[in-house]
Design a protein around this ligand. Sequence first.
Ligand SMILES: Cc1ncc(COP(=O)(O)O)c(C=O)c1O
Length: 371
Amino acid sequence: MSNSSLIRPLVHHLHAYVPGEQPKIRGLIKLNTNENPYPPSPRVLNAVKAAVDGRLRLYPNPTAQALREKLARLHGCGPENIIIGNGSDEVLALAVRAFVEPSRKPGVGGQKSECKVQYFHPSYSLYPVLADIHGAARNPVSLSPNFTVPTITELKKGGAWDFNAALTFVTTPNAPSGCGYATAELEKLCRAMKGVVVLDEAYVDFARENAMKLALKHPHVLVARTFSKAYSLCFQRIGYFVGHPELIAALDKIRDSYNVNGLGQIAALATLENLEYYRANFGKIIETREELSRSLTLLGFRVLPSQTNFILAKPPGGALNAKDWLQKLREKKILVRWFNYPDVKDYIRITIGTAREAKALVKAAKAILSS
Ligand SMILES: Cc1ncc(COP(=O)(O)O)c(C=O)c1O
């Protein structure tokens, strides 16, 4: 008997999420997973170090109470409006489990609205995987050209969008395009939706606007945030939702009892006491983003305007396609990301690193172009 017969068919056939590589190559410039190039603030590092002692034998606070209280003060709401996850990936997964009925026939197809996980394409490639893991139907709907969100009229006309979908994810600003969306437009979309809408604001600290007020105004809207990108804390895995207490309580029922590790809670709390440090870093990253975009544009790349800590750039036409660029840059010890999806396969996604790393990338691009 083969072991595969012991595995549920759904799991057996599942295409798992593919995270960006984390290679250990000496001298590598790592611009592939949207990590922050700047370390956490010294106060955060000290807080974590100070907590590494005999207390590690104890369970952490099961509801991350202190962190929820501090975040509540930051966002002008109560701790009952907030749930913390092991990274925002966890709260996104909880939303699928809490709000979407598994369907009889998972995959893309004409399923009932209550079984649908809906999202724009391209956006965060985890959403379809979460739907598949749960056995829910997926409803990917294409963004407009230039990666903007279609208007309500366009969505109605297109016919593919389900205004009753149980759960809709909107990545804002979008990944991997970097395109920012106006809160007024997002509000129109939220108002038109009957099911839960998650506004995934993983990159919002690098954007002009955020939509947090929508989570506190509309009972079916949740905003997802993370400490990973803007707050240099990928390693500690802290993300959260803000939204109506009834939705938050439903999510709280199904999470693991101790889903947020203790050192992560301590690091996130210390981060919130040091926001000036991080805001200065956002400024540096935005400056580098704009400078890098200008330099690559001068070299013939088509760089999409970005409101995130990465850019999506189409290399100049020539013998090399985007996948070749990934390889050529890798040979020069610069790691970027390439996605094999129809709408973005001609682009490479470049995380914004330090100004020095951006210069090295431009130098490498020049060398590749002239070789
Ligand atoms: C759009 C988006 N949402 C959420 C996440 C998950 O972030 P984390 O689980 O590290 O909080 C990512 C990470 O790449 C992302 O790109």
